[in-house]
Design a protein around this ligand. Structure first.
Ligand code: 13P
Length: 255
């Protein structure tokens, strides 16, 4: 199965931005700009507080909802956490897990990523599993080792069926919020490494069906050339997803 068989997937990770009213305005504008965009999955990931309101705005539209994190227990004495059943309840289809900002600032590890991925899958939430090297890793020639470590740790013990419900997002940390995008060739190199790792761990058939997003300073101007790479199946967009027009342009440029 080639690239043509994998449906492009563009997700906007809003990070810590937008009140409920701002989030509703952004999503309402986006929804009308992408009404006719078929053949691509379009996702927004607001903060927890805006999920319910955005869930209402996107009802019966082609925009899907994701959360930015999840806890692995369903309920109990875990102050401040939000569980997979709660995210399903509010209308999420996807959840971003293991974003580099969570690894960097909030102590996320491969083990916690793996627990969260399993919890999400057991509640029919599709995980977007983030992996990516720091600048220092790249400069020291350690990119492949870091990616292998994040992939094997993050997807440990998943069945092939579970993996097929997951999305991988490659986000080189040095490209996030810096305006420094990986070149299409750099992105392709790591995406093809990820597909090879999945081939070795599962099979060519499984690996060829998994969608791998690129993230890190994706803009309307660079989306098309990134998406033209054979193993790049979508984008995880930060800054440029905070404006309806630029996010919609990225969606259109990726089809
Ligand atoms: P930017 O698009 O702002 O670089 O952020 C990328 C990102 O971290 C998406 O998850």
């Amino acid at each position: 199965m080639g690239r043509a068989m994998r449906r492009p997937i563009i997700a906007g990770n809003w990070k810590l931005n937008n009140t409920i009213s701002e989030a509703v305005a952004l999503t309402t504008a986006l929804k009308s700009l992408v009404t006719h965009c078929t053949g691509v999955e379009i996702i927004v990931a607001p903060t927890f507080t805006a999920l319910a309101a955005i869930g209402d705005v996107i009802k019966d539209s082609n925009v899907l909802l994701a959360a930015q994190d999840v806890y692995w227990e369903d309920s109990g004495a875990f102050t401040g956490e939000v569980s997979a059943p709660m995210l399903k309840d509010v209308g999420c289809d996807y959840v971003i897990i293991g974003h580099s900002e969570r690894r960097q600032y909030f102590g996320e590890t491969n083990e916690s990523v793996n627990q969260k991925v399993k919890a999400a899958l057991s509640h029919d939430l599709k995980p977007i599993i983030c992996v990516g090297e720091q600048l220092e890793d790249r400069e020291r020639g350690r990119t492949d080792t870091v990616i292998e470590n994040h992939i094997t740790g993050g997807i440990a013990d998943l069945s092939a069926a579970e993996l097929l419900s997951s999305v991988i997002a490659y986000e080189p940390v040095w490209a996030i919020g810096t305006g420094k995008t990986a070149t299409p060739a750099q992105a392709q190199e790591v995406h093809s490494l990820i597909r090879k790792l999945l081939t070795d761990a599962y099979s060519d058939e499984v690996a060829s069906q998994i969608r791998i997003q690129y993230g890190g300073s994706v803009k309307p101007e660079n989306a098309a050339e990134l998406m033209a790479q054979p193993d790049v199946d979508g984008a995880l967009v930060g800054g440029a997803s905070l404006q309806a027009e630029s996010f919609a342009e990225i969606v259109k440029n990726s089809i």
